[in-house]
Design a protein. Structure first.
Length: 395
């Protein structure tokens, strides 16, 4: 892995030129940092999500000056102001986040994400600015002193660690942010990295009481393989009993069976269905992630009922309507049929039809045939049941 300036130049979009012009006009020097630099060395591409630190050789950080920069950049694209003095510029298909270098001071005896105060300094040397970052592979920089004067900054040897597939902490405060534990698991899994001895020692001693369900879900999804990530975290919880989990530790062995059932892993609703399908009650999951919607509760019941129709087949309901309509299993079928319809009506993106097609193929045509509309000859209390019975006769 080597720094190739010509390759960098070829990756810069035309829209970067007016941005660079505006920054140079007021004396700012941009340095591309974080994931885009890391991924450039991994894939040869800069990507379209940029984190850019802006330094200045003569002025100190001033909120008013910073706001003026945001106003000037708004002439180029859509500008949003984010926490920690971050200016986000959406330009064409790129998202550029500009921030001043900062030093983070963590609050003593606090074990929560963002448990620090920030001091902004335009003149802060790069080697001090990157000490706040998580891993050395995310602490490399590409500095643009001009459009053609580009230099690679790597004071923490991130490129060497990346080439050796090692995950190493960037600074002494790594262990004070519990979310970084999840990030370590995610990066190691996603990029095939191993922990350095120093990082392993920190991870073993970290206090993980401050990880919120929102961060847990976010890191799980970013991992690229959320089931494997969850398995890894549940394994890690053996050494970290304080780590809150969405499932009981004893249920981890069942996760192997969820792989083929989990249709849409980025949606909680799909997890609720899949967990119930493999006989893991979804209540703990719903409580952990505060899924209080009626839809999630109904999906849990739907999955439990659905499994019954792996052994209850359509021919069980063949015969005269009067003989079938009052049986317990037909009541169950009746409720299941209309529950499915109602859930899909409110949530058409739910993979219910795919689940039925894959795991209950004998029943998929129940939803593909049209129920009879002429049911006036049936007593009103039984008309809806008659429609479902009639469908069963065609299966």
């Amino acid at each position: 892995m080597t720094f190739d300036q010509k390759k960098i130049e070829s990756e810069l979009p035309a829209s970067f030129n007016p941005v660079m012009d505006e920054l140079q006009r007021v004396g700012f020097i941009p340095t591309l940092v974080g994931g885009s630099v890391r991924d450039f060395f991994r894939t040869g591409r800069l990507g379209k999500d940029w984190d850019v630190e802006l330094t200045h050789e003569t002025i100190s950080f001033n909120k008013n000056e910073w706001k003026e920069l945001g106003k000037s950049l708004s002439r180029l694209g859509k500008v949003s102001n984010l926490p920690y003095e971050i200016i986000r510029l959406d330009l064409d298909s790129y998202q550029m986040e500009f921030s001043p270098p900062r030093i983070e001071t963590f609050i003593e005896d606090s074990h929560h994400h963002s448990n620090f105060t920030a001091e902004f300094d335009f003149k802060l040397p790069f080697e001090k600015a990157v000490a706040r970052r998580d891993f050395t592979i995310n602490a490399m920089g590409i500095r643009f002193k001009s459009k053609k004067q580009i230099e690679f900054l790597d004071p923490l040897e991130g490129l060497r660690h990346l080439s050796k597939k090692i995950l190493h902490p960037a600074g002494p405060d790594f262990g004070k942010d519990p979310v970084r534990f999840l990030r370590a698991v995610r990066f190691a899994q996603k990029y095939g990295l191993s922990y350095s001895p120093e990082l392993q020692k920190i991870l073993d001693s970290m206090k993980l009481i401050g990880i919120s369900p929102a961060y847990f879900w976010s890191e799980m999804q970013k991992s690229g393989d959320p089931i494997r990530f969850l398995e890894k975290i549940m394994k890690e919880s053996e050494n970290h009993p304080e780590l809150a989990l969405p499932m009981e530790h004893s249920q981890a062995a069942k996760l192997k069976g969820i792989q083929k059932i989990l249709e849409v892993p980025e949606k909680h609703e799909s997890w609720v269905i899949a967990l119930e399908w493999i006989d893991i009650p979804s209540e703990g999951w719903r409580t952990f992630f505060s899924l209080s919607s009626d839809t999630c509760r109904r999906l849990g019941r739907w999955a439990q009922t659905s499994k019954a129709f792996q052994t209850i087949l359509p021919e069980f309901f063949h015969g005269e309507f009067e003989q079938v309509r009052d049986s317990e299993n037909f009541d169950k079928l009746f409720d299941w049929y209309f529950t499915t319809k109602q859930l899909l009506q409110k949530n058409p993106d739910l993979p219910l039809m795919k689940m039925i097609e894959d795991y209950l193929p004998a029943w998929i045509h129940l939803y593909r045939f049209e129920a009879p509309k002429d049911v006036k000859h049936i007593d009103p209390p039984f008309r809806a049941k008659y429609q479902v019975w009639n469908l069963c006769q065609r299966l």
